[in-house]
Design a protein around this ligand. Structure first.
Ligand code: PLP
Length: 393
């Protein structure tokens, strides 16, 4: 689908709809009167078939305790298999009400208080809080900057896994906020290190449908034809892809039977939530019918990214817009054009934008901002113009 057709058909006003991004700015930024490019959801309506499926289910009128129908598994597995070659089995799949909920549950169920858990910063903030909030010890390996992209520091990772006796590593793949789609070689190297050091890996693949660069996505489950899959748990959901976060349905994929048993016992003890009826109705319809819609949305993201990168780096060659291989989140280093201690003020009061500030993703993010590109191009044009004027001033 063409970009303009997609925007005309699906862009929707979200102000005054109890949207965190539009109506919840006050709490974080002190005003609701900014252009919001923060929370990672989109300004687009879901595919028509998703709304229809929800309407049909709603029309039934009874919403008691529900099972997941076989048709759901078929739709999800087909999506994974045909788009990414990821082979999944029925027994491996468990449900959550969100990927962060599952990250926290996995930290609780697969480690003990006081155990060390590794993350690669800068990374989505809850990766750190699910560790510290559960009284585990975070071990940080910083990603390495190389020109306009980031890489894993494998030597640092291995040294710290050994020295700190790490039990679990939480990987973001594709990586929010740096926009990397990890290559099969990088994933294989990381998984091999984890195997050698007896560290379990949790791969958060929630952004896996949002591929906008040349590098194809590969799931950790598929590396070396599944050689490492007994040592990992994969998490994903349709919520980022199709703007369904509030319907609260997500996947926990555990191929290893012993690990699954441990997880199941623990989840039973916690009475942790498991999926949601309407989330599953919506997700199934999205997996069945959403490919064309998704192509349209990715065209918008690519266009917005190219525009942002070209305009900002032409105006300010010292500023860095990192390569965007995956996610709809641009990672921009403003440290060479705005004094780091003035950045928040300049963005909020001069540019009047609500973006995520880099330090939310770890201390190495100071001086950076993260910009959500899943919005009509007019918003990105407005934001870039405001940003340029603010930097100039
Ligand atoms: C890497 C990553 N994981 C998880 C989430 C949130 O997922 P959920 O709403 O399913 O908890 C986000 C949202 O931005 C994310 O970027």
């Amino acid at each position: 689908m063409e970009l303009t057709e997609f925007v005309a058909k699906y862009a929707v006003e979200r102000r005054h709809t109890s949207s965190v991004k539009w109506d919840g700015m006050q709490e974080k930024y002190g005003t609701n009167d900014l252009l919001p490019l923060w929370v990672a959801d989109t300004e687009f309506k879901v595919p028509e078939a998703v709304t229809e499926a929800l309407q049909n289910r709603i029309a039934h009128g009874a919403y008691g305790y529900s099972l997941t129908p076989e048709s759901y598994y078929e739709a999800y597995f087909k999506w994974q298999q045909t788009r990414y070659g990821t082979e999944l089995e029925h027994d491996w799949l468990r449900f959550g009400t969100g990927v962060v909920q599952s990250l926290s549950t996995l930290v609780t169920c697969l480690t003990e208080p006081g155990d060390a858990v590794m993350i690669l910063q800068p990374v989505y903030a809850p990766f750190l809080s699910v560790i510290t909030d559960n009284q585990r010890i975070p071990v940080i390996s910083n990603l390495k900057r190389n020109g306009t992209h980031y890489e894993m520091d494998l030597a640092d990772i291995q040294a710290k896994l050994q020295a700190k006796e790490v039990k679990l590593l939480l990987l973001c793949s594709p990586h929010n906020p740096v926009g990397r789609v990890w290559s099969s070689t990088e994933l294989a190297d990381l998984l091999e290190i984890c195997r050698q050091e007896k560290v379990l890996l949790v791969s958060d693949e929630i952004h896996h449908d949002l591929i906008v660069g040349k590098r194809p996505f590969i799931s950790a489950l598929s590396i070396k034809e599944g050689y490492y899959r007994d040592n990992l748990v994969m998490l994903d959901s349709a919520s980022k892809t199709f703007n369904l976060a509030a319907l609260q349905n997500s996947h926990v994929v555990i191929p290893n039977p012993q690990l699954r048993e441990r997880y199941d016992h623990c989840v039973a003890r916690l009475h942790a939530p498991s999926g949601s009826l309407l989330g599953q109705v919506a997700d199934e319809a999205a997996y069945r019918t959403g490919a064309t819609w998704l192509a349209g949305m990715l065209a918008v993201v690519k266009h917005n990214y190219e525009y942002l990168k070209k305009t900002l780096t032409t105006a300010f060659p010292q500023l860095t817009v990192y390569e965007l291989e995956g996610t709809y989140l641009a990672w921009v280093d403003l440290s060479q054009v705005v004094p780091v201690d003035k950045l928040e003020w300049v963005i909020k009061h001069q540019a009047r934008l609500a973006v995520d500030f880099g330090e939310e993703f770890g201390p190495v993010g100071k001086g950076f901002i993260r910009i959500n590109l899943a919005t009509p191009p007019a918003n990105i044009e407005k934001a870039v113009a405001a940003l340029c004027a603010a930097i100039q001033a």
